[in-house]
Design a protein around this ligand. Structure first.
Ligand SMILES: Cc1cc2nc3c(=O)[nH]c(=O)nc-3n(C[C@H](O)[C@H](O)[C@H](O)COP(=O)(O)OP(=O)(O)OC[C@H]3O[C@@H](n4cnc5c(N)ncnc54)[C@H](O)[C@@H]3O)c2cc1C
Length: 397
């Protein structure tokens, strides 16, 4: 690459999107600096539901930090008249669970192992784009790079400074922890609709506690700790939750169009969380990987711009977000009738579970609905290694 820039690529944000991009670029031989406003480990509010499709895009096995895996999912709905639940079961694993503090620290360490430079700096105040480079102004210092990857999450400063994600919108989620010691039995993972307008409540199992949370994709709905406690009490008979925290999710990626040759936005900063279930880790990891590959393509193909390479690369993400957004409108508008009915219909239930185990996106599951009986379970290395580490009964239900 050129002579003048300090780095080939600067990545702002060392979450799943940023660390994945940085590791990939470093492995491809680029000189990479990652800047995060905080050191690791750090708290990131998140249910830590890491799907099979997300595992497939990670640059390394994360088996040591997977705390649980499941083949079962309770789907519930509360209407003004009653509460209904259905147990969705699969022959194969459909989701794993991590604690974000540990997961992000583990990825951070792999990033340092991959010879990525890291700087803790919360002072990013301006960005200047030139035709062949980008300059980042941190007040006390300036750093130049050939490319910038904006991976700084739902409240992205890169996005705010450059105004590069036109249709960005926010969802919100709040979560807390319930230690197993306070419970008589460990429940299955669940999604429960109807407690939260345009959203749901969830229960995810971890090593020694449950992660319990409430989510909405609707920025007109305000979530409260009291609503979280109400959901927790009605499902678990207990309303004491530790470490209650909330954070926005980044949406709007269905209309995201890269406009810069030098700045690539990834993960929640680009609005790539999907609004139907609020899954953000998959697209964060995937877009990090695709942004790194797009930079490499632009560098190695004369006449191919970073913008064109990245625009083409994220086509599958955008198409999946369109499908999830359209399903969201149908599903949440018809929650206590045809929406829940369609979800628990045996064929859709079966297709969903087969699709989740096969690591398929919602677009792939719905497009290939009739082929779903033939989907084979994916076997990402992280899951294989996790299962071989936890062969005793009860480790993974
Ligand atoms: C309560 C909650 C529960 C969720 N549960 C799930 C779930 O179970 N499964 C799932 O798939 N998704 C879930 N999500 C969504 C998921 O957490 C996000 O989609 C995911 O973290 C996005 O990854 P990212 O790398 O884009 O951003 P982040 O993980 O947010 O990482 C961004 C990084 O940028 C850094 N940063 C921010 N600003 C600056 C700055 N100015 N300068 C330098 N660095 C900066 C931050 O410190 C952070 O390290 C949940 C979200 C919430 C809020």
């Amino acid at each position: 690459m050129g002579m003048a820039a300090d780095f080939d690529v600067v990545v702002v944000g060392a979450g799943p999107a940023g660390s994945t991009a940085a590791i990939r670029l470093s492995e491809l031989g680029y000189k990479v600096l990652v800047v995060d406003r905080t050191s690791f480990p750090r708290v990131k509010p998140c249910g830590g539901g890491l799907t099979i499709k997300a595992l497939q895009w990670l640059p390394h096995s994360v088996a040591p930090v997977i705390e649980a895996a499941t083949k079962k999912l309770v789907m519930g709905v509360k209407t003004p008249f009653d509460e209904k639940t259905e147990l969705f079961q699969s022959d194969d694993y459909i989701c794993t669970f991590v604690v974000r503090e540990q997961f992000d620290k583990f990825n951070f360490e792999r990033m340092i192992d991959a010879f990525v430079d890291f700087e803790e700096n919360s002072g990013l105040r301006n960005i200047s784009e030139r035709s062949d480079s980008v300059e980042l102004d941190f007040g006390s210092k300036r750093i130049t790079a050939k490319y910038l990857i904006g991976a700084d999450g739902a409240n992205s400063v890169v996005r705010k400074i450059l105004g590069v994600v036109k249709n960005f919108s926010r969802g919100f989620a709040i979560e807390g922890l319930v230690p197993y010691a306070k419970l008589d039995r460990i429940p299955d993972a669940e999604f429960f609709f109807g407690y939260v307008p345009n959203g749901y409540g969830w229960i995810f199992p971890k090593g020694d506690h449950l992660n319990v949370g409430i989510y909405t994709w609707d920025d007109g709905v305000s979530l409260s700790k009291d609503l979280l406690r109400t959901y927790c009490r009605s499902r678990l008979g207990i309303d004491e939750l530790d470490h209650i925290v909330g954070f926005p999710l980044g949406f709007g990626g269905r209309r995201f169009v890269p406009t810069s040759n030098r700045v690539l936005m990834v993960g929640d900063a680009a609005g790539f969380a999907e609004p139907l279930l609020g899954e953000g880790l998959h697209n964060a990891i995937k877009s990090g990987r695709l942004a790194a590959d797009a930079i490499h393509s632009a560098q190695t193909n004369v006449g191919l711009s970073g913008r064109a390479a990245y625009r083409k690369a994220i086509d599958p993400i955008v198409a999946d977000l369109v499908r999830c957004d359209d399903m969201k409108k149908f599903y949440y508008n018809n929650m206590d009738g045809i929406g829940y009915g369609a979800l628990k219909f045996p064929l859709s239930r079966h297709a969903l579970m087969k699709g989740f185990a096969a690591g398929k996106t919602m677009l792939e599951i719905t497009n290939q609905f009739m082929l779903s009986p033939f989907f084979s379970p994916a076997k990402p290395k992280s899951l294989q290694e996790y299962l071989s580490l936890h062969q005793h009964p009860g480790a993974a239900a």
